[in-house]
Design a protein around this ligand. Structure first.
Ligand code: PDD
Length: 288
């Protein structure tokens, strides 16, 4: 029994589909021992994976950063995701993919001989944010970013993100807004956006944030709707004075942050830039 998940759901592990409660990985798997692996979370709407090509491009970038050869080619990943969706029986769900460096005698250095990576995939139940959640928005607190300096890699080494998220839980808010050296980075598992005087701002794409798949998408939607967009360093003061704050991730899609550190953001209600980007996001889902 694994708390919170149906044990009989079908997952993929190293070439086979099996029951979740029968899927087992060696204790010497480098993902378990060192967090030496990467992952992806792909949202699926009505059986269609959203921004699949972009997710697979990022998977390849993460694998390349760890110098792990991709265990599947592009068609193989696409087939695997399709199979997980079909077997999961949930037209709207999340697909989780993970690759670790595999199993070897414990040593920090990469195995000196070829080792098969461990490949895992599952479909998880998920509901997109409801109309009520969209209207309520989310609450957040600002915290120092204490993570490592390779946040651009979608690594399963997530302890910094886990501890950050727990700070949100302990403070009874939904997410954290992290700052490094006084500048905005991102949430514990999301990208953060600032709207100031009609302009959409995001921190630059570098090693201090994960380039969310929605980072590119919001840039496209802003261009389509004529919202000026700039990627640059954003001070904590600018965040605190923002007209609107937004959060994006596979699971949150795009949502307004309506309270930061217990104070209302802007008018305290979802703003006009959010409304435009939200409509664009919905249109992209509808066009899948
Ligand atoms: N998290 N930044 C971090 C640190 C993240 O973990 C995520 C996503 C994002 C947004 O990326 P995207 O738009 O591709 O979802 C930004 C996923 C959902 C997770 O870990 O569950």
């Amino acid at each position: 029994m694994i708390p919170g998940v149906p044990g009989d759901s079908q997952v993929y592990l190293n070439g086979e589909f099996l029951r979740l409660d029968e899927a087992k990985v060696s204790v010497l798997d480098r993902g378990f021992i060192f967090g030496d692996g990467i992952y992806e979370v792909v949202p699926v709407y009505n059986g269609n994976a959203f921004r699949m090509a972009e997710h697979l491009d990022r998977l390849d970038r993460s694998l390349a950063a760890l110098r792990i050869a991709s265990p599947l080619d592009r068609a193989g990943w696409i087939d695997l995701v399709a199979e997980l969706i079909a077997r999961g029986g949930m037209p709207t769900c999340l697909i989780y993919l993970q690759v670790t460096r595999g199993v070897y005698k414990r040593d920090h250095a990469f195995p000196p001989e070829p080792v098969a990576p461990t490949v895992f995939g599952m479909a998880s139940a998920w509901s997109p944010p409801s109309a009520e959640q969209r209207a309520r928005g989310i609450s957040a607190i600002g915290i120092p970013d204490e993570r490592w300096l390779h946040c651009e890699i979608k690594s399963v080494s997530l302890l910094g993100n886990v501890l950050a998220r727990q700070q949100a839980v302990d403070a009874h808010v939904d997410e954290v807004v992290q700052f490094r050296d006084g500048y905005l980075t991102e949430g514990s598992s999301s990208n953060i956006w600032v709207v100031s005087q009609g302009k959409l701002l995001a921190p630059p794409k570098n090693n201090l944030i994960l380039e969310g798949i929605r980072y590119g998408l919001l840039g496209e939607l802003a261009a389509e709707t004529g919202i000026p967009f700039e990627a640059r360093r954003i001070t904590r003061e600018e965040v605190e004075r923002a007209d609107e704050l937004l959060v994006t991730s596979a699971t949150k899609e795009v949502l307004p942050i309506l309270s930061l550190d217990g104070k209302p953001v802007g008018s305290g209600k979802p703003g006009p830039v959010y409304a435009q980007l939200r409509a664009g996001y919905d249109a992209r889902i509808a066009a899948l």
